[in-house]
Design a protein around this ligand. Structure first.
Ligand code: NZQ
Ligand code: ZN
Length: 388
């Protein structure tokens, strides 16, 4: 196990009715609030009215920024930064999924920075300040509600980049599973794949002697698998939604489950290049990339893949070689994704070979990616080829 330090400052308010805690939380941080939300789902579900009631009760001034896109765009972030400056905003409240939260984080660090916020995403500047943010999560997927990361798309340049800073942890996040009852089937599936993928990025590691971390990862995977079809069959199943929500938060909250382990993150890097150009949902891209990445890298450490097959999918050894067991686990992953309705090929989105070279080039623009197996441009190109 490697040495580590860990600090996660986000307060979590979890459970049905947790939205009622919004007024008292907001009052602690500001009096001029920017309310950030997406394309309108919060208006359709009535959450918007409940949030405004709470903000009213908190006696804060509210300025609104709606219309944040899935795969949030730099242009929306820049608009938010301008709004914060002209309106004297001192607190940002994000109400939505990962895209809304990520946009809010980028706005928060962009306000006190005199240059273009994109500088942070291309490693041209370091974050030194931020406005405080809080979130109300409406979709279980990214973990953005309890981590310091944000992913923003520069649509005109077809670039999608992530950045991480301790300044971007939300001060609080309200997690009410009933707010996810309205998430459509396809977005629920995307979220499930994303949560599992966050665990994969950490679990498939070359670091040795980490039994607790491995079991933490496996327990999240098992819990997601147990609850996924339940939530898909009955979208208002509180237990299933609650379990998925907490799994999503724990799967990516500053690395709690994999402290002391090297992480990989190359599949996320590859997926971001696909959604940068084709604007497909992040989870859908991961469903295509991950099983292909697994096959490409499994020989680096077949024992970890064999353990995964056995402990997560219950595949017995029964005289199988380690390689056979590893492959069976990857097959089980692919089958599960397909069974819940996630895509398996780029062709499912009408994507051909046209941009593969560009995506491979961009994925390694700042150097090779991954740690389980370091991937260069040719490796990424080969994995993308398998995704066709
Ligand atoms: O925009 P609205 O109208 O709110 O609709 C959204 C959106 O269309 C809808 N939705 C959300 N909650 C809903 C709902 N519809 C009905 N009822 C609800 N309760 O779902 C759609 C997708 O929302 P989005 O926020 O885009 O999804 P997700 O949470 O999966 O976020 C994806 C983004 O997060 C990034 C991804 O790359 C992508 O840009 N990621 C962020 C990470 C992080 N910050 O740590 C890590 C991830 O790996 C990921 O890269
Ligand atoms: Zn992800």
């Amino acid at each position: 196990m490697n040495s580590f330090s860990f600090h996660n400052p986000t307060k979590i308010c979890f459970g049905e009715g947790a939205v009622e805690q919004l007024a008292s939380e907001v009052k602690r941080y500001g009096s001029n609030v920017l309310l950030v939300y997406g394309g309108g789902s919060i208006k359709r579900t009535g959450l918007y009215d409940r949030v405004l009631q709470q903000l009213n009760a908190a006696e804060v001034r509210v300025v609104q920024l709606g219309g944040i896109e899935p795969n949030p765009r730099l242009s929306s972030v820049q608009k938010g930064i301008e709004l914060c400056r002209t309106e004297g905003i001192d607190f940002i409240l994000a109400v939505g999924g990962g895209s809304v939260i990520d946009a809010a984080k980028a706005i928060a660090v962009g306000v006190p920075y005199e240059g273009d916020v994109w500088d942070f995403l291309v490693h041209k500047a370091t974050i030194r300040e931020s406005l405080p943010i809080g979130t109300i999560l409406t979709l279980s997927a990214t973990g953005s509600e309890m981590n310091g990361s944000s992913v923003i798309s520069h649509w005109e340049e077809k670039q999608k980049r992530g950045f991480t800073s301790s300044y971007m942890y939300p001060r609080f996040s309200i997690l009410d599973p009933t707010l996810t009852f309205s998430v459509p089937r396809d977005q629920t599936v995307n979220g499930i794949v994303d949560i599992m993928s966050h665990v994969f990025e950490q679990y498939f590691s070359l670091t040795k002697d980490t039994p607790l971390q491995e079991r933490l990862c496996e327990s999240i995977l098992l819990t997601v698998i147990e609850n996924a079809e339940r939530a898909l069959d009955k979208p208002d199943d509180y237990t299933a939604r609650a379990n998925l929500m907490w799994c999503g938060t724990l799967a990516l909250n500053g690395g709690l489950i994999s402290l002391g382990m090297d992480n990989d993150w190359s599949s996320h890097g590859i997926e971001h290049e696909i959604s940068a150009i084709y604007d497909i949902p992040h989870g859908a891209g991961l469903s295509i990339v991950f099983p292909n990445w697994m096959k490409y890298v499994m020989n680096e450490r077949p024992d970890r893949f064999a353990q995964y097959a056995n402990r997560v999918w219950g595949i017995e050894r029964n005289g199988k070689t380690e390689t056979e067991l590893a492959l069976a686990g990857i097959e089980a992953t692919r089958d599960f994704f397909t069974r819940i309705g996630a895509p398996s090929t780029l062709a499912d989105f009408g994507i051909g070979t046209e941009q593969l070279d560009r995506m491979a080039y961009e994925a390694v623009r700042f150097g090779s990616i991954g740690s389980f197996k370091k991937l260069d441009q040719a490796d990424v190109r080969a994995i993308l080829q398998h995704c066709l």
